[in-house]
Design a protein around this ligand. Structure first.
Ligand SMILES: *Cc1c(COP(=O)(O)O)cnc(C)c1O
Length: 354
């Protein structure tokens, strides 16, 4: 089986799998509450919040959809610049919500001024932003956009940090983010099935006023249960064992060292690309540090390259996502990768390119 350098799910360490194979425990009891509580300090630090961080047994889309359900009373503004952010707009429409969008070209970042212009039209009470658009390798200007949104009272900001959480600092409280969410199979290097998310007080207050929230994804249920270090329904306990392990590793490494390691590993891939004449799909200044998206040059046998890399060296990279499949390819450096493991990948890619 190939080692994953695709931008999610990513490679999971043996130690994480070991932690996940601990015997099962019941979730309504002291043992689970201790497990849950143990995840909180580091999750809060990573999110830059003093708010509780909830554990949702779902992939990220569960909480992305729930954010609309719990928080959009009037109209949502979806900031779109790639496959995931564009889809958030179509999900809002599929829920029958009133939705507007700011659409940037794929490969471009969302201009904060465009968000301002759109919000000035009025009528919006919610904005969705994908911090790191995994399909294009673009990292949006979270600070700039948050500042704009915060200048419109009554407009809440939901931020998807799926592929940036724990790779770069995120300052939820300082920036006034109302919901911050991250699926664990990307930057946190766990198997899929769990999403961590935090809600501001304003988000909880808004949710309380919303009718028809249902149960499984009701933010108020999450908040009530979090007070007892618990979840509304039976959680993916094995994944939480894995989460506890990873958070311990992050604590040992130190958050600052982890951020620096991601930048350095990402720079190695940029240098590799430059050496081969591969152009970055994302613009300078808005490039992700957890993955790299390259243009596929004309005449380059991209699928042959990816196939041989897998069959000869056992490494899997990705051949592009959504409407830029084939036109781009992506390499992840999320999770536990080191200078050495990135070098192994680079040597293998060099070998295949000949
Ligand atoms: C992968 C990804 C998602 C979707 O996550 P699922 O686990 O498939 O629900 C959402 N947002 C971003 C930025 C992603 O990279």
């Amino acid at each position: 089986m190939a080692k994953l350098f695709i931008p999610g799910p990513i490679d999971v360490s043996k130690e994480t799998y070991c932690a996940m194979s601990r015997p099962m425990i019941g979730h309504r009891g002291a043992e689970f509450e201790a497990l849950y509580a143990s995840t909180q300090p580091m999750l809060k630090q990573l999110a830059g919040t003093t708010r509780p961080v909830f554990l949702s047994t779902s992939s990220a889309w569960g909480v992305m959809e729930a954010s609309l359900k719990n928080l959009c009373a009037k109209k949502v503004l979806n900031l779109c610049c790639g496959a995931f952010s564009d889809k958030w707009f179509s999900v809002a429409q599929s829920m029958g919500l009133e939705a507007g969008k700011v659409q940037a070209e794929w490969g471009e970042a969302i201009p904060p001024e465009a968000v301002k212009a759109k919000l000035e039209e009025g009528g919006y009470d919610l904005v969705t932003l994908i911090h790191n658009e995994t399909s294009t390798g673009v990292m949006n200007d979270l600070e700039g956009i948050a500042r704009v949104v915060k200048s419109f009272p009554g407009v809440l900001l939901v931020v998807d940090s799926v592929s940036s959480f724990s790779a770069v600092p995120v300052a939820m409280d300082e920036l006034g983010i109302d919901v911050l969410l991250a699926g664990v199979q990307k930057a946190l290097a766990l198997p899929p099935g769990l999403t961590v998310f935090a809600c501001s007080e304003a988000a909880i207050e808004r949710a309380k006023t919303m009718p028809d929230r249902g149960y499984y994804f009701d933010f108020i249920e999450f908040a009530k249960n979090a007070e007892k270090n618990n979840t509304p329904s039976t959680p993916a306990i094995s994944l939480i064992f894995g989460l506890q392990h990873i958070l311990g590793e992050i604590e040992k490494e130190g958050m600052g060292n982890r951020f620096a390691r991601h930048s350095a590993n990402n720079a190695m891939i940029h240098q590799w690309g430059a050496r081969h004449g591969f152009k970055n799909f994302a613009p300078e200044g808005n490039r992700s540090v957890s993955l790299t998206c390259f243009h596929t040059p004309a005449g380059f046998d991209q699928s042959g390259f990816i196939k041989t890399l897998k069959s000869k060296h056992g490494f899997l990279i990705n051949g592009g996502y959504g409407k830029i499949k084939g036109l781009t390819f992506r390499i992840s450096n999320m999770g536990n990768e080191t200078r050495e493991t990135m070098q192994e990948l680079i040597d293998a890619m060099d070998d295949v390119l000949g």
